[in-house]
Design a protein around this ligand. Sequence first.
Ligand SMILES: [Zn+2]
Length: 268
Amino acid sequence: MIEVEPYSDDITCIKTATSQDGGHPIMWVYSYKILNTLFDGGAANAREEFREYLDDVTIDAVYISHSHEDHIGCVDILDGKVPIYAWKSAIDLLRDPPELPEFFQFVWGQPLPTKNVESMPSTFDVGQYHFDVIAVPGHQEDMVAFFETNHRWLFSADAVPLPSRKYIAMPDENVPRMIATLERLQTLEIEILFDAHRGPIQSPRDHIQKRIDYLKETQQRVKEMDKEGLDYTQMMEKLELNPPWYVEMTKDRFAIEFFLRSLLRDEP
Ligand SMILES: [Zn+2]
């Protein structure tokens, strides 16, 4: 399913999701259109609706924040038609997307190959808007965000955790690096945060700080429990963390243990 919500004259939110229970989204992911430029390519289960939307608008370029399937799912529609830019590993993933586990085919959908992908520039202009491409590692090692330097808008992809109290992670997520990225974002004096799952956020400073504080406090507690010799199961009990209903179905793509292990072992 798709919902298109104009944010301003020049910015449009394009929300895509898999529909379930008679038209409810499992989870929205936002792509953004700034004038004729698209940031990220939505979820593949909304491909036909995304195609219909693209038939009605003009797109001149696409910039991809990172290679997770909910950000590249409909990009193949524009393959060979407009320049598509991505950073490092995302280029290979776009050209040859791996077959997703069944659960993620259900949640987001299977991306199709996008063969014509170019290297991400370090800056670019969209009309009167000037963007810096900034590295925001943590959630994914080579994820990038797009920062409009005059209006101080940040299109942050998945750099800022969706829940205020994150507690599951993927095995390759580096939570200490995520914290360092969040602290660096606080120095940018962002006016509007265009989050990929929450949409535009008007007071990003508090929103980001809440997540930094929680993650640092949790890291401190996990380190103390590790010194006391507690294992991950005991830590989960003490922190009162219970796995969400779907975690088994992710087949080890998400787990509380990955989150705790990263807080304990990874370097920022
Ligand atoms: Zn992601």
